[in-house]
Structure formats: C-alpha cells, structure tokens
Design a protein around this ligand. Structure first.
Ligand code: UP5
Ligand code: MG
Length: 190
C-alpha cells in the first residue's frame, strides 16, 4: 500500500458486540489507529453526493455497501493516519470485501479479533444505545443480524481456517472483555 507496511487487525462481531467500545480501549493501551468502516460510511453518506445517498439507503436497510466505496475510504484513512498499526472495525463484512481489500491494499491482517456475543444481548444493547443512528430500530437491527450471520460469519470462518482468529466472549462487562482483549494484544509484539 504505497510502499508503507501496515500492521492490520480486523475487529469483527455482530452489531452491538462492542467493536467501537473495545477499539477505543485498544487505541489507548496499544497505540493503534482505529478506523470504523461504518463511521467512515456514515460520514460519507452526509456528503450529499450520489454515492452518499446510495450509502445512506443501504445503511438504513442494513445492507453491505460495495467494497469499491468502503475500501477507498479505508485506504485513504490509513494513509492519512500516519500510523502503521491500524484497527479496522466492522470490515470485511463479506467475501467480496475481503478479496477486494487483499487485492488492493496487498496486505493480510495480523489477526482477527472476533467479539462473540449472543443475539438477545446484542439486541438489548442496540435498543438502549440512543445515539440517533438510523439503523438502530428493531426492523433494521434484525436485518443487520441476518446479514452478519449470512455474510460475515463466513469471513470469520475463512480466517479461522488460517489460524488467525482470536475469539473473545463479548457478553461480559466492558472491563472484563477488555481484560481478555489485552491478553490477545499483549501476545502480539509490534
Ligand atoms: N456496550 C458495548 N460493550 C458492552 C458490554 N460489554 N456490556 C454492555 N454494554 C456494552 O456498543 C454498542 C452498545 O453496547 C453501546 O451502547 C455500548 O455502550 C454498549 P458498540 O461498541 O457501539 O458496538 P459495535 O459492535 O461497534 O456496534 P455497531 O452498532 O457499531 O455495529 P455494527 O456492526 O452494526 O455497525 P457498523 O457501524 O460497523 O456498520 C453499520 C452499517 O454500515 C452496516 O449495517 C452496513 O450497512 C454498513 N457497513 C458496510 O456496508 N460495510 C462495512 O464495511 C461496514 C459497515
Ligand atoms: Mg461500531
């Protein structure tokens, strides 16, 4: 990627599993830059451009935005970060995302942090979040779960086969989850 060698960690898990929350802690303790694909897409959706409107409609339906849009935003943010240690939160969400990123960025993740949490707990968290996200209503939340199971779990399975997945029980408290996250990142010397 422009001659720079990035150390990438993908952070995956169902909607509301705590990806954003845990990434904020990882940044503080381990010096990574946190890039949330969803946050980048939400920012882009407000641009008012044609692509922005397309993104807004897809997010409202819990659908996965085409990788050409997401990968471009991620690469731009990676280069702008000035950091070589990057947490990519909520991406790749399907095989198409994964292959596009590998082909364009020409980099594989060091490992994949998988925040595993049962659906009823995720639903409770998202319905309580109250941050005005257009996709935090029960209909879209259910669609997001379905897309996670159908499209994102296969990506996690792919990396499991490669021995790259570090799975954590994300149903515990924020602090307890972070204790387990710390063990994973402490073993990874960069
Ligand atoms: N909370 C967190 N941890 C907790 C804990 N251990 N115990 C109790 N409560 C906990 O947390 C969610 C809520 O739970 C918060 O209120 C938090 O305080 C509490 P958060 O850290 O925000 O969880 P996170 O996993 O980040 O949830 P988020 O809703 O962001 O996950 P999604 O995967 O649904 O959302 P994302 O922003 O990644 O994607 C949104 C949409 O963008 C997708 O549906 C898709 O349409 C689109 N998208 C793409 O198309 N392509 C991409 O590559 C990425 C996104
Ligand atoms: Mg998030």
């Amino acid at each position: 990627c422009n001659g720079k060698v990035f150390k990438i960690v993908f952070v995956l898990g169902g909607p509301g599993s705590g990806k954003g929350t845990q990434c904020a802690n990882i940044v503080r303790h381990f010096g990574f830059t946190h890039l949330s694909a969803g946050d980048l897409l939400r920012a882009e959706s407000k641009s008012g451009s044609e692509t922005g409107i397309m993104i807004e409609n897809m997010l409202r339906e819990g659908m996965i935005v085409p990788s050409e849009v997401t990968v471009k935003l991620l690469l731009q943010a990676m280069l702008e970060s000035g950091n070589d240690k990057i947490l990519i939160d909520g991406f790749p969400r399907n095989e198409e995302n994964r292959v596009a990123f590998e082909n364009i960025a020409k980099v594989e993740p060091e490992f994949v942090l998988f925040l595993d949490c049962p659906q009823d707990e995720l639903e409770r968290r998202l319905l309580n979040r109250n941050q005005g996200r257009d996709d935090d209503n029960i209909e879209t939340i259910r669609k997001r779960f379905k897309v996670f199971i159908e499209s994102t779990l296969p990506v996690i399975e792919f990396y499991t086969m490669k021995g790259k997945v570090r799975k954590i029980d994300a149903s515990k408290s924020v602090g307890e989850v972070f204790e387990d996250v710390k063990v994973v990142f402490s073993q990874f010397e960069v």
